[in-house]
Design a binder for this molecule. Structure first.
Ligand SMILES: [Zn+2]
Length: 256
């Protein structure tokens, strides 16, 4: 069972990809999808699609929506878009590369090493392209919604905890703490000007007291650290999940 929270970016990517490939294979070639108790892996499902679909250039396989129809549907009237494709493009090479990347990230995490690779925009675009298939239609979005819900739940639990703490220390103590200059106390750069710690506005208490000592690697924008006033903590996993969610949402909302 994949856990979108602890497995981070690669977990949700694998889950969405596997769901997408299963839906396509079950719809097109039901006898090739494995048995109920033993579904094929994402990599095996890609093999099936490569063997049964139509190979195009660049490691891409076209899966026809109507197997009896031509690759492009010519409309009797011109809508200005030209012939519409009767297929979903499965970028098998790119998706295999994405699977390799997610495995490497997991392996590195297990060994407590720096992850060697990340999921790229090319990987995300290839994943998003699967949603064209009639069998899928928004299944990807369902996965993303569910994931979003879990990230929200975890994030909200931490926010409630910090709010309860803030209430416990009381207004007078909050004001006393807010009177300190946390930038002077905690902001830090090395001799070359590299930022080691930055003091940002806290999303919970609103004071300039969130000390970020790291940033997630995808956007480089969401700080990892603690608020010195209200104790709110944004962990690496939460920052990473929030960044992944943003990137998947951007990919899904893009209309190009
Ligand atoms: Zn705070």
């Amino acid at each position: 069972m994949l856990d979108g929270i602890t497995d981070g970016a690669e977990g949700v990517f694998d889950m969405a990809l596997t769901n997408g490939l299963v839906a396509i294979v079950v719809h097109c070639w039901p006898d090739k999808a494995g048995t109920a108790g033993r579904m094929l892996s994402a990599s095996q499902l890609l093999n099936v699609i490569e063997n049964k679909g139509r190979r195009a250039d660049g490691g891409v396989v076209r899966v026809l929506h109507d197997p009896a129809g031509p690759e492009f549907t010519e409309w009797p009237f011109d809508l200005g878009d030209g012939p519409s494709p009767n297929f979903t493009e499965v970028a098998a090479d790119v998706l295999r590369d994405a699977l390799d990347a997610t495995q490497e990230v997991r392996h590195a995490r297990a060994l407590d090493h720096e992850a060697a690779r990340v999921i790229t925009d090319e990987h995300l675009n290839a994943l998003e392209a699967l949603d064209d298939h009639p069998a899928l239609r928004s299944l990807l979005f369902v996965t993303i919604d569910r994931y979003e819900q879990r990230v929200d739940d975890a994030g909200e639990a931490e926010i409630s905890r910090a709010q309860a703490y803030l209430e416990a220390i009381g207004e007078a103590e909050e004001e006393r703490r807010a009177g300190l200059d946390y930038v002077a106390l905690y902001a830090e750069s090395d001799r070359k000007g590299m930022v080691l710690a930055e003091v940002e506005e806290c999303p919970v208490c609103g004071h300039t007291s969130f000390v970020a000592t790291g940033w997630e690697g995808q956007l480089g924008d969401l700080g990892i650290g603690h608020c010195v006033i209200c104790s709110y903590q944004r962990t690496e996993a939460v920052a990473d999940n929030e960044a992944t969610l943003l990137r998947i949402q951007w990919a899904a909302e893009r209309n190009d």
